[in-house]
Design a protein around this ligand. Structure first.
Ligand SMILES: [Zn+2]
Ligand SMILES: [Zn+2]
Length: 339
């Protein structure tokens, strides 16, 4: 009886009522399931009730409840509702990504199947910061850790970034120079994370980690000239051929040769002449983030950042997120700007 009330209040998003029902109960009903095996948390997730989900989890609701009649998990209901926020919350609370439902689909596959790409993005980029902790402790005979604890936030930001533009990533790495100065250790951690994620379920993240290794190595190899190299435009139209080449080579070098993601990416990029659109970067971002390719016109020409664009006032043909990006690109753009 109270279980039913609780489920109804959870689905309706009535947080006050959920709280009062749970307070009055002596026995534990936070996971009181209905005849289909659906818990209050599942009802709340399915109806995109973020605050109620958060509260139920704080009261010990089982984030990996697996007594649903079709083996759906709370995370699957979150992706069915199309809520990236609830999806993120459940992941942070320990929701399993490998559980499958009655027809063998994981939450990520289900999200893709129903077309909720924003949830796919959240899942494919999810990576708990706690996974970096082991690297902050010295291992084996070494007296220094692979990552110093104060490097963790910058490293975490690198691996969770959805903007994969190598200019943007280089800016981040340069700002947190320790990651470049300790290149071998940075690459070691990326490679180690990659090894643990190379199964089919985590192909997008594996591809991303692989790509980041290429970016880190290229930054170091070009010393301080990588951004300039990437932003050097073709004489005739300013197309960023170096960037295109870099992204293509990085993708093609993915060592898991049978990866479906790799095969699909190679097929896509091979069909486009370098310098034409869509760029290899847009295919890469699309496959990793699960998003439809967004128009490059909406992002900064130099660093790929979205939103708040200002057009070049002289030619009004390309836009930037900041004066800094415009300055970075000017050495090359000035040849096209006047045309
Ligand atoms: Zn920018
Ligand atoms: Zn211009």
């Amino acid at each position: 009886m109270d279980g039913e009330k609780l489920r109804e209040a959870a689905a309706a998003g009535d947080l006050a009522l959920v709280k009062s029902i749970l307070k009055q109960q002596k026995s534990k009903i936070v996971d009181a399931a209905d005849e289909d095996g659906m818990t209050p948390l599942m009802h709340a997730a399915y109806k995109n009730q973020l605050a109620v989900c958060d509260y139920l989890l704080s009261k010990g609701a089982d984030v990996n409840w697996d007594n649903h009649k079709h083996q759906y998990t709370p995370l699957m209901f979150a992706v069915l509702s199309g809520s990236p926020e609830v999806t993120q919350l459940l992941l942070q609370s320990g929701a399993s990504l490998t559980k499958t439902n009655g027809i063998g689909k994981t939450a990520a596959q289900l999200a893709g199947f129903v077309g909720h790409h924003n949830c796919v993005t959240v899942i494919s980029n999810f990576f708990p910061q706690t996974e970096l902790e082991p690297y902050t402790k010295p291992q084996g005979l070494s007296s220094t850790p692979k990552l110093y604890p104060d490097q963790v936030p910058a490293f975490y930001e690198l691996v969770t970034s959805s903007n994969l533009n190598p200019v943007k990533l280089t800016m981040h790495l340069t700002k947190h120079g320790e990651l470049l100065r300790r290149r071998e250790d940075t690459v070691y951690v990326l490679e180690h994370l990659l090894e643990t994620r190379a199964n089919e379920l985590n192909e997008p993240l594996a591809m991303k980690l692989h790509y980041l290794i290429h970016v880190v190595n290229a930054c170091v190899a070009h010393e301080n000239g990588f951004i300039k190299h990437l932003l050097t435009g073709r004489e005739s139209d300013g197309a960023l051929l170096n960037m295109e080449k870099f992204v293509r080579l990085s993708i093609r070098d993915f060592k898991y040769r049978n990866s479906q993601l790799l095969l699909a990416l190679v097929k896509n990029i091979t069909a486009v002449t370098p310098g034409d659109q869509p760029s290899a970067l847009s295919f890469l971002e699309q496959s990793i983030n699960g998003l439809q390719s967004s128009s490059t016109a909406e992002s900064c020409f130099a660093c790929g950042a979205k939103g708040n664009q200002k057009l070049c006032s002289a030619c009004k043909r390309i836009s930037y997120c900041s004066p800094k990006c415009q300055q970075l690109h000017w050495f090359s753009h000035k040849k096209q700007c006047k045309k």
